[in-house]
Design a protein around this ligand. Structure first.
Ligand SMILES: Cc1ncc(COP(=O)(O)O)c(C=O)c1O
Length: 424
């Protein structure tokens, strides 16, 4: 027997992994699966970024722990011009993906972490690895599972004392919801009143179907908000593993700890990737056009999925950004229960086995098991070919989705078949 750190020993592989393993197993048997479970950008990386990477392949030196100054300066400019955030470059640190940077922050900060129901799968496991305490804050379908200020205020009143750290993600994975200015303003008020630290995960900021970028709580609460972003989603470069954390002036005491932790763990992000990232964050016209076309395609597909699910009387969050919607089967609870299915995990398992449709159970996103909600990621399509076909804004419509995204229409068709079967 090997003794393992008790906090790590209790970590379980997420349901995401279990579904992905089921998908691989079925695929190895030559079964075609519609993969609505996987949240990776379907688009190829912008050519200018690849070129910059190639040109810097000979950089074999260790870079400064906090990242290249030129990159930090470029991100500072990017945040100002493309995200509405004023942050001096010296407050911006580079790491191997925002996931790692969130993890470092969670390690550094003491207190009670607060996660709204309907949040990204990794936050809680990261907190658990250090034996941290966490509370899931309730949210409702009627509000697209967005946290409201009253719920936060109530929680703070009932649990005074220790430092609180709220993790807020907009545009949101898994719901696709985007917090508007008023919502952020009222949450910021409560945070200010109770001295809550906010970790604002803005990795999808520019993948917003209505606006150029998404509102940030840091606009209303700059002194208490740490912002995260990276190359994975907006720039379709998840495998490059580069993210940033922006720590406000008022929390400058944290910076030395971040620097020390970086230096004792990953040392610095790969040099060629940092140089390529400078090119990305310049956001030249070609890249801006690429992002706007990607958004246009994603928004059109999201709307198609939303409309089709409504026709089937399946609940669906309003897609405003990112790659996802949360879909619910409460109108069919009786029929689903009659199949012996009483949890979102069992429902996901049934859909993959009987309909070859992979979706993730709500339990991965802090829903209770009996809530029949699943996450649908609508990125199972050929992003490269769609980008080539639809060169101009507003060219693409739902008929094009039907013609060009076979797995999206097939997946909807499978959900229709499921509803028809259980309703018969
Ligand atoms: C909400 C959210 N935050 C953070 C990440 C991590 O991104 P990165 O690739 O920068 O580590 C993801 C990736 O899926 C995500 O969906």
């Amino acid at each position: 027997m090997i003794d393992i750190n008790k906090y790590l020993d209790s970590l379980k592989p997420s349901a995401t992994l279990a579904i992905n393993q089921e998908v691989q197993l079925l695929k190895s048997k030559n079964i075609d699966i519609v993969h609505f479970g996987f949240g990776q950008s379907p688009f190829p990386i912008y050519k200018g970024i690849i070129k910059a990477l190639q040109e810097h392949a000979d950089h074999n030196e260790y870079l400064p722990t906090l990242g290249l100054t030129a990159l930090r300066q470029q991100i500072s400019l990017f945040l100002k011009q493309h995200q509405g955030i004023e942050m001096d470059w010296s407050h911006i640190f580079i790491g191997p993906g925002s996931k790692e940077l969130l993890y470092h922050t969670i390690l550094i900060l003491e207190g009670e972490f607060l996660i709204p129901k309907g949040s990204w799968v990794s936050y809680l496991p990261q907190i658990k690895t250090k034996g941290g305490s966490c509370t899931i804050l309730d949210t409702e379908y009627a509000n697209d599972f967005k946290l409201n200020a009253e719920t936060l205020e109530r929680h703070c009143k009932n649990s005074p004392g220790k430092q609180k750290v709220l993790i807020l993600n907009s545009p949101n994975n898994p719901t696709g919801a985007v917090y508007n200015n008023e919502e952020l303003q009222s949450i910021a008020k409560v945070c200010m009143k109770h001295g809550i630290i906010v970790l604002s995960d803005e990795i999808y900021s520019q993948i917003n179907f209505g606006e150029r970028y998404s509102a940030s709580i840091s606009q209303y609460y700059p002194q208490g908000t740490i912002v995260y972003g990276g190359l994975s989603k907006v720039f379709s470069a998840g495998g490059y593993r580069l993210g940033y954390v922006a720590i406000p002036e008022a929390m400058k005491g944290l910076r030395a700890t971040f620097k020390a932790l970086f230096s004792e763990t990953f040392s610095a992000v790969a040099a060629p990737i940092q140089y390529a990232a400078i090119e990305a964050y310049k956001m030249n016209d070609g890249l801006l056009d690429y992002i706007s076309r990607c958004k246009n395609i994603l928004g059109t597909i999201a709307n198609f999925v939303f409309q089709e699910l409504k026709k089937l009387n399946i609940e669906c969050t309003q897609p405003q950004g990112a790659f996802y919607v949360m879909i619910g089967f409460s109108h069919y609870k009786e029929q689903i229960n009659a199949l012996g299915i009483h949890s979102s995990e069992a429902l996901a398992h049934h859909l993959i086995q009987s309909y070859h449709l992979a979706l993730l159970p709500g339990t991965d996103f802090y829903f209770s098991s009996s809530d029949l909600f699943l996450r649908l990621a609508y990125v199972d399509f050929d992003g490269k070919s769609l980008l080539e076909k639809f060169l101009h804004k507003n060219e693409i419509n739902s008929n094009h989705i039907i013609d060009n995204c076979p797995n999206i229409t097939k997946g909807i068709g499978q959900l229709r078949a499921f509803i028809t079967t259980i309703s018969a």
